[in-house]
Structure formats: structure tokens, C-alpha cells
Design a protein around this ligand. Structure first.
Ligand code: CA
Ligand code: CA
Ligand code: CA
Ligand code: CA
Length: 218
């Protein structure tokens, strides 16, 4: 009886290779899917207490980035009842709060913040939205994580009544090479009459890319 030869050994080898690829892929996906968190706030973030012994009111809108250029991620956090907080990463996962010596001495009453290289010099600057008149703050980084507030001289401080700043985003919408700013603002009907607030409830600030001052325009 003639026994016909089959290709089953070669097919099995191909199947085995595909199974191996599949197994590696599943293992990789499994690794990507792992994310579990532990709240380490009190052990690594030295949040200072106010004069009444309570922690500051942290409204929200914190932003992270390597603001001092040393290769680790730092944290900026606006507050509503004291100066804003700036946590410098020590490189080992612990932080020091150095807001005062980093230029954050103003009580911004900030709601949100965002970080981008607004003046195109290679370091991260910080924009803080707040309920103030005129609105909002622009902190320019000197390159080592020390900031100067320059919203008014650069045209990024919005006049025209009390603004209730909320979110902020950055992007080069007109493709001229300079990052522009969009600020979300909130406006309650009662505020129009009581606070003489006028104008749109969101502002697009076009960066004109000038050297130092008045670089932004609405
Ligand atoms: Ca850093
Ligand atoms: Ca910069
Ligand atoms: Ca700079
Ligand atoms: Ca632009």
C-alpha cells in the first residue's frame, strides 16, 4: 500500500512560529495593560501649611514638566488662597517646594495652568488662568527654573473686566513657528451686570514672535 507523504511537519513548524509571535504579542499587551496606583502624596510632596495651620486650597490645573532642565519632572500647582506652589524633583522621586525662590510670589487665585515654550528659547514657560482683572499670568522661565511674570508686557494679560479663566492650551494654529495660546473662560450671566464683564468667553492669543515684549495679540 502506497502511503502518501504529507507536509504536516512543515505546516506545524509554521503554525508554531505564528503561535510564538502571538504569545510574544499577548505578553507585550499584557505588560502595557498593567497600571496600578498608590497615593504617595503625603510621603513625597511637602505641601506647606497656611498661617491657620491648614493646607492651601488647591483649585486645580496643575502642570508637570522638567522646568529646571535637570532631566526629571517637576510640578507646578496653582492655589487660591496663597502663592502658587512649585515642587522641584530631587531626582529620587522626592520633591522640595521652592515656589518662593522660583519667582511664584503672587497670589494668582489660579484655576488652571499649562506649560509650553512660549518664547521659543528651549525651556518651559507657564501660563496661569485666574479670576483676576486684568486676566491671567505668563511666567517666563530663565532656563534654570526661576520665573518672571510678564503677562502684561507681552500682551498675554487680558484686559476688559474680570475674567474667570479656566483651561489653557497651546498650539501653532497659524503655522508661523510660534506657539499661540487659547484660554477657556467661564462667564455667569450675573457677572455681566455686577462685574461689568464683557467680551467673549474664550481668548485666542496669537504669538507674533517678537523678541521680548508685546509678543501676543488677541
Ligand atoms: Ca526637573
Ligand atoms: Ca521658554
Ligand atoms: Ca527662558
Ligand atoms: Ca503661531
Amino acid at each position: 500500500m502506497l502511503v502518501q507523504r504529507t507536509d504536516s511537519p512543515r505546516i506545524s513548524s509554521a503554525v508554531a512560529r505564528w503561535l510564538l509571535v502571538l504569545a510574544v504579542g499577548v505578553a507585550a499587551l499584557g505588560n502595557q495593560a498593567h497600571a496600578n496606583f498608590t497615593d504617595v502624596t503625603t510621603s513625597v510632596l511637602p505641601i506647606p501649611l497656611m498661617s491657620d495651620g491648614m493646607p492651601p486650597n488647591l483649585k486645580g490645573g496643575a502642570v508637570t514638566g522638567d522646568f529646571d532642565g535637570d532631566g526629571d519632572i517637576d510640578i507646578f500647582m496653582p492655589t487660591s488662597d496663597g502663592r502658587d506652589l512649585f515642587f522641584r524633583n530631587n531626582g529620587d522621586g522626592s520633591f522640595d517646594e521652592i515656589g518662593e525662590q522660583s519667582g511664584f510670589t503672587v497670589v494668582t487665585d489660579g484655576y488652571a495652568s499649562g506649560a509650553a515654550d512660549i518664547d521659543s528659547d528651549g525651556d518651559l514657560d507657564i501660563y496661569v488662568t485666574a479670576a483676576v482683572e486684568p486676566g491671567h499670568y505668563l511666567y517666563i522661565n530663565n532656563g534654570s527654573g526661576v520665573f518672571t511674570e510678564e503677562a502684561a508686557v507681552r500682551g498675554a494679560s487680558i484686559p476688559g473686566g474680570l475674567r474667570f479663566g479656566r483651561g489653557v492650551a497651546f498650539g501653532d494654529y497659524d503655522k508661523d513657528g510660534y506657539l499661540d495660546i487659547f484660554v477657556g473662560e467661564w462667564l455667569e450671566p450675573w457677572a455681566v451686570g455686577i462685574l461689568q464683564t464683557t467680551g467673549p468667553v474664550g481668548r485666542l492669543l496669537r504669538n507674533r514672535g517678537l523678541c521680548s515684549q508685546a509678543t501676543l495679540t488677541m
